[in-house]
Write a protein that binds this ligand. Structure first.
Ligand SMILES: Cc1cc2nc3c(=O)[nH]c(=O)nc-3n(C[C@H](O)[C@H](O)[C@H](O)COP(=O)(O)OP(=O)(O)OC[C@H]3O[C@@H](n4cnc5c(N)ncnc54)[C@H](O)[C@@H]3O)c2cc1C
Length: 396
């Protein structure tokens, strides 16, 4: 028998055999999230996207809680305590359905819950985390402001002490989940530096008008946060962190999920293009039989599976406690940039059908325009890597 007869067959869905790296528990997590998204998101998401809404978001959140997807890699307080790889696989499956659903989960788990879990008091953790893990309370994370995005250190939102209380004033912009949140983690300038505050959204002076007219992440709630002298007790501040290190470490955790998630949007677009190329005929034969189409498909598959392999590598480093923020920047920069490129190429293979919501490709491509910008733009991650490589800070 020749050596090649013993080789496993080529699998178009996993050409590098990356699944061999997964444990049975990893596959179980992936299958659970994939089945949930197939049932609860895929049949409806084009319609939500077209209407620019995410109806039933509270039910979706509870269901995501019931499958353990919220605060998934956190431990205790009702969280699933999953590995970083398992969390990443969940992000990939959710974003293969829609980046808006993955954003809901990322903001809930990696930003709002992570901030409370890592920097909160025991009282704050007990008050919020179990209900957030169950999806009973939705959280949001307010860092960006109308005039301060990439440079959050210059934020104007402020918190001043008044007796034992804190009084918060300012505005936050582009906040995912804002209008549906029961709790907001808000970052503000104080006399001691930037601090995080856990703000119940029914506090007097707090409002969260929804941002309309988006052409990206349409199946996701995005809002402004208005803080008009919001009075909070002394216990509202996150006690364990002062300075930008607080929000940046939350962002690093969420970016890690995006490294995986972006490959989900890319996989969905690749699959749509491959399927179409096999069945669509021009000049008397399937367009997948033309060399130019095959070159596109081969290049897309190479970038898709390189990106998934990179995500795995970073996940294993995170599980080993060895993942540096610069490595997360490496992954976010590469995978989101390549995912958009894959979606754009897929769109060309679908021809005119590529612009239709009947296919997922254009929806993913426009969603990824937001993903390219939020959690640090391409340029910010280039600057992070540039600084790490040269030792020279080029941010200002
Ligand atoms: C749909 C959506 C959801 C979001 N959700 C949240 C959320 O939940 N919470 C939250 O806090 N924020 C959220 N954001 C905001 C997001 O994080 C910011 O948009 C992002 O940080 C960029 O800030 P900006 O839009 O103000 O762009 P700017 O910072 O104004 O940047 C504009 C351009 O200038 C470039 N630039 C800036 N500085 C430099 C420099 N030094 N060198 C070179 N180029 C530079 C940028 O890379 C970019 O290309 C969301 C955004 C979107 C679109």
């Amino acid at each position: 028998m020749s050596a090649s007869a013993k080789l496993p067959p080529f699998d178009a869905a996993d050409p590098l055999g990356i699944d061999d790296l997964l444990e049975p528990e990893d596959l179980a997590v992936r299958d659970t999230v994939r089945a949930w998204a197939a049932d609860r998101v895929l049949p409806y998401v084009a319609d939500w996207y077209e209407k620019g809404e995410l109806p039933g978001i509270r039910d979706l959140a509870r269901e995501l809680g019931s499958i353990g997807a919220l605060g998934m890699s956190l431990t205790g307080y009702g969280c699933a305590g999953a590995s970083a790889v398992q969390y990443g696989l969940a992000c990939l499956e959710l974003e293969a359905a829609d980046s808006g659903i993955r954003s809901l989960v990322s903001v809930q788990g990696s930003l709002a819950m992570y901030a409370i879990h890592r920097f909160g008091s025991e009282e704050q953790k007990l008050q919020w985390l179990p209900r957030m893990a169950a999806g009973e309370v939705i959280g949001c994370f307010g860092l960006t402001e109308p005039d301060h995005g990439s440079d959050p250190a210059s934020m104007r939102t402020h918190a001043k002490r008044d007796g034992d209380d804190w009084v918060l004033g300012g505005r936050k912009m582009w906040i995912t989940n804002g209008s549906v949140a029961g709790v907001a983690v808000v970052w503000a300038q104080t006399e001691e530096g930037i601090r995080g505050f856990v703000v119940p959204t029914d506090s007097p002076g707090f409002s969260a008008p929804e941002i309309k007219h988006k052409w990206s992440l349409r199946a996701s709630v995005t809002s402004e946060l208005v803080l008009d002298d919001v009075r909070l007790p002394a216990t509202a501040v996150l006690p364990e962190v002062t300075g930008l290190r607080g929000p940046l470490s939350c962002l690093s955790h969420a970016r890690y999920g995006i490294v995986w998630g972006a490959m989900g949007a890319a996989r969905s677009s690749f699959e749509a293009a491959l399927d179409y190329a096999r069945s669509r005929e021009q000049f008397g034969r399937p367009i997948g039989g033309f060399q130019l189409t095959q070159a596109k498909l081969a290049d897309m598959a190479v970038e898709l599976h390189k990106g998934i392999l990179l995500a795995h590598h970073l996940g294993r480093r995170m599980d080993a406690g060895r993942l540096r923020p610069e490595q997360v920047s490496f992954g976010k920069l590469n995978n989101v940039r390549e995912a958009i490129e894959i979606c754009r190429t897929a769109r060309t293979i679908l021809g005119a059908n590529g612009i239709s919501l009947e296919y997922p490709v254009m929806r993913h491509a426009t969603n990824l325009e937001s993903v390219l910008t939020y959690e640090g733009t391409v340029e910010m991650h280039q600057l992070v890597l540039g600084k790490a490589l040269t030792g020279l800070d080029a941010f200002r």
